[in-house]
Design a protein around this ligand. Structure first.
Ligand SMILES: Nc1ncnc2c1ncn2[C@@H]1O[C@H](COP(=O)(O)OP(=O)(O)O)[C@@H](O)[C@H]1O
Ligand code: SF4
Ligand SMILES: [Mg+2]
Length: 330
């Protein structure tokens, strides 16, 4: 089996919440693995800890507990100056391309910047590679002389993607890369990312609150709820056989507008609880339509479902009571 490029073990991140001594439990014991060339999708509602996990992997935020191993090396506690050379191998694309790019720099210089920082190239080699990268992200060469204010959101996200692939990284974390773009542009950027995936062997962690978006690009998907992974599966499996009641409710929101499917649509009730006071037991029990008494006292561990890559954390898998959707809807 291929060695993973990234292993996240029992990652915990707590942020201080005001002066009360309380904490925001943003990430609560997350385990992840990504192998080279694989795209792992991460989906969850706003506030479920997706960005914090992405930022912790790149050490843009310090983990409170847990271990992060990148390319065989424990990077959990390495100091910033030792992290710098690793940045060439781990890149990030953010949601908002407007704030990610320096408006005073020309697009060509923005694309060349990571190469300048991390690669030992002559000026002409760098210029050639900049033109090559622009072509790969389908930006016309004349844009290279312009500034970010001359480009649309979609074009700017192409610039960010060119920057992210400029150093041939082994891992790219994409945090909601299409969420700030118009619908028509989103599809173009997803197509571009699929192309990049084919061309490079870079592993990707693709973060989105939207299951439909994650489905289009991911080999495997992890579903997050209140800072915990509740289900992990191959993309196809998650859609055909979602095991966790929360995944099933997310999926039912994506059912086609078919009157028969309408019967099985399941809308979750209640608010997402505050991560300052996490519910006891299974953190989903306050909203779960099939919760039983034990769910408020026992935290479920991962249970294997139908294949060795499919796990869900639910106490009702053993009695079959985890199903909230009828199977013909999946
Ligand atoms: N710097 C911070 N200080 C305090 N709380 C934070 C900070 N960053 C994130 N949080 C909180 O952590 C939780 C997870 O946030 P985030 O990782 O941004 O979720 P997502 O990306 O899934 O929307 C949220 O409750 C958020 O308010
Ligand atoms: S453990 Fe209980 S509350 Fe949690 S998802 Fe399963 S049935 Fe619902
Ligand atoms: Mg986020």
């Amino acid at each position: 089996m291929t060695a993973p490029i990234l292993v996240v073990e029992d990652l915990v991140k707590r942020f201080p919440a005001g002066r009360s001594g309380a904490f925001v439990n943003a990430v609560n014991g997350v385990d992840l693995k990504i192998v080279p060339g694989e795209t792992l999708g991460m989906v969850g509602e706003s506030g479920s800890g997706k960005s914090t996990i992405g930022r912790a992997i790149l050490r843009l935020t310090e983990p409170t507990e847990g271990r992060i191993t990148f390319d065989g090396r424990d990077i959990t506690n390495i100091p910033a100056h030792k992290m710098r050379p690793l940045r060439r191998d781990m890149q990030m694309v953010f949601q908002d391309p407007w704030s990610a790019l320096n408006p005073r720099m020309r697009i060509g210089d923005l694309i060349a910047e990571p190469m300048k920082l991390h690669l030992d190239l002559s000026r002409s080699e760098r210029e050639n590679k900049t033109v090559d990268l622009a072509t790969r992200v389908h930006l016309r060469p004349e844009f290279l002389r312009r500034h970010s204010s001359d480009l649309s959101g979609g074009q700017l996200q192409r610039v960010c993607i060119a920057r992210a692939i400029a150093t041939n990284p082994k891992l790219i974390v994409l945090d909601e890369p299409t969420s700030s773009l118009d619908l028509s542009v989103r599809a173009e950027i997803l197509d571009l990312l699929s192309e990049i995936r084919q061309q490079t062997q870079a592993a990707m962690l693709f973060i989105s609150h939207d299951l439909g978006t994650v489905k289009l690009i991911s080999d495997r998907i992890v579903v997050l709820y209140l800072g915990s992974v509740v289900e992990t599966a191959r993309s196809q499996t998650l859609f055909s056989n979602p095991a966790h009641p929360y995944s099933q409710s997310l999926l039912s929101a994506h059912l086609p507008a078919d009157p028969k499917a309408e019967l099985a649509r399941h809308v979750l009730e209640g608010e997402v609880p505050s991560p300052i006071n996490l519910p006891s037991g299974c953190t989903f029990h306050t909203r779960c339509p099939v919760a039983i008494q034990k769910c408020s006292t026992h935290a479920p561990g991962p249970q294997q479902i139908d294949d060795p890559e499919h796990f869900a954390n639910c106490l009702r898998i053993s009695d079959g009571g985890n199903r909230i959707l009828s199977t013909e809807t999946s």
